[in-house]
Design a protein. Structure first.
Length: 101
């Protein structure tokens, strides 16, 4: 009974073929001992395979970071992550670099 509930909660098990999924950026940390990086890789592959939208307009991307895990890190390690995430969101929203002035 509980196994069925767990399967129903799995995002991986909810991926449906021939679906127009939005763009997705998975961020994985190779040193994470709590959450295996393989989960994000597997989910990204499932979305890429199932998506009907072109990868050029709605990409499913994986961003990997080495030598970091599921713990706090130096600000210098956060900045590149934040910049990549903001750049991804800005590109999906159609924003231009330095625009608006």
């Amino acid at each position: 009974m509980q196994f069925g509930w767990l399967l129903a909660q799995s995002p991986y098990r909810q991926v449906q073929p021939d679906t127009a999924y939005p763009a997705v950026l998975f961020t994985i940390f190779e040193g994470d001992i709590r959450v295996s990086p393989q989960h994000a890789r597997k989910m990204a592959a499932a979305l890429q395979h199932a998506a009907t939208t072109p990868a050029a307009t709605r990409p499913v991307l994986v961003r990997r970071e080495h030598d970091v895990g599921h713990t706090a890190r130096a600000v210098s390690r956060y900045l590149p992550l934040w910049l990549d995430q903001l750049g991804f969101f800005a590109s999906q929203l159609g924003l231009e670099a330095g625009g608006g002035r």
